[in-house]
Ligand binder design. Structure first.
Ligand code: IPD
Length: 310
């Protein structure tokens, strides 16, 4: 059967088996990262778009391993990988494996332990299976649509459901701990949007700011999604991530009760939901109340800065 004839109903696939396959591949990738990480800086480090947009030979070797393994077992599924992506290739409705071989490459290069592999499956342009392996911590995060999200600590095989604790209501934006990222684009209107918003979020109320509790930069979009799903941070905001940065984290966050929203303020009457290829995200943790209110407050606080444009 060709790719275009495949069903776009997730119920027609054995998502549990797919999750198991992605888990095996993610562990293999984690071993490759840990083995390569013993050298600093990581071997074969190259700049892509600019001097802070990095790739290593390990990123490439892992993507080859992942795509070979998946193409062998699922030859009719599409594959979208960071290191083999051809600019302009759209994410279609077909079942598509979405792979970031190392998310947090800059951390990997510096031996800073926040790096992971992110493997997602999208069907009908929605994330339905996600596996993220954080090898320095031996933590493997996974979710299947409708089946909840969990973390398995591979040293002990202990499985814990996400979020880690029953979530408290979100009170307001001011009392949030936020995750944000610096990204690799360091000039132009998107950069101004980012730093103007950082300033507005952090500045004192007397100076017109929101004075949020604080902001953290983990250095990996996938691990930021994980931090939201765990309940470690209240929300994550970033303009710039690609589908491979977010596909696995997306379903893990949703299954942990969180929301993946547009990073720009939505137009009047629009709910502000994001798409896998929006490249612009506001991700809010699970909470018995206050999720949409905090999102609205966030969007309000962006007014007066520019919107992100890609
Ligand atoms: C990047 C990281 C970074 C985030 C960027 C991503 P990479 O992915 O997740 O934290 O700020 O938006 O592109 O290059 O490490 O795979």
């Amino acid at each position: 059967m060709s790719e275009s004839q495949l069903s776009t109903n997730p119920e027609d696939y054995n998502l549990e088996e797919i999750k198991q396959d992605l888990t095996v591949i993610a562990k293999r990738a984690g071993d490759m990262m840990i083995q390569a990480r013993s050298t600093k800086p990581a071997p074969g480090t190259l700049a892509k778009k600019n001097i802070v947009d990095l790739v290593t030979e390990t990123d490439r070797a892992i993507e080859v391993m992942v795509s070979n393994a998946l193409r062998q077992k699922y030859p009719t599924f599409s594959f979208l990988g960071e290191e083999t992506y051809t600019p302009g290739t759209p994410l279609t409705t077909a079942p598509t494996f979405i792979c970031d071989p190392i998310d947090g490459t800059t951390n990997f290069v510096h031996n800073y332990p926040n790096f992971c592999i992110s493997l997602g499956l999208s069907i009908n342009r929605k994330s339905v299976v996600g596996v993220i392996y954080h090898p320095s911590r031996h933590d493997l995060y996974s979710a299947i649509v409708g089946k909840g999200a969990s973390v398995t600590h591979l040293s002990t095989n202990q499985v814990t459901q996400l979020p880690l604790q029953p979530p408290l209501p979100l009170v307001n934006l001011q009392s949030c701990l936020l995750a944000v990222e610096w990204g690799a684009e360091r000039s132009g209107p998107n950069w101004l949007t980012k730093i103007n918003t950082f300033n507005h979020l952090a500045a004192s109320v007397e100076d017109g700011g929101k004075m949020v509790h604080s902001m953290r930069s983990i250095g990996s979009a996938a691990l930021n999604f994980v931090a939201v799903a765990r309940g470690d941070v209240d929300a994550y905001w970033e303009g710039g991530p690609w589908p491979w940065d977010v596909a696995a984290g997306w379903i893990i966050v949703e299954e942990a009760g969180g929301l993946v929203l547009d990073g720009n303020p939505p137009k009047e009457g629009d709910e502000g939901l994001a798409q896998l290829d929006s490249r612009n995200f506001l991700v809010v943790r699970g909470a018995p109340s206050g999720q949409k209110e905090v999102a609205k407050e966030f969007w309000e606080s962006m007014k007066g800065t520019f919107n992100y444009e890609f």
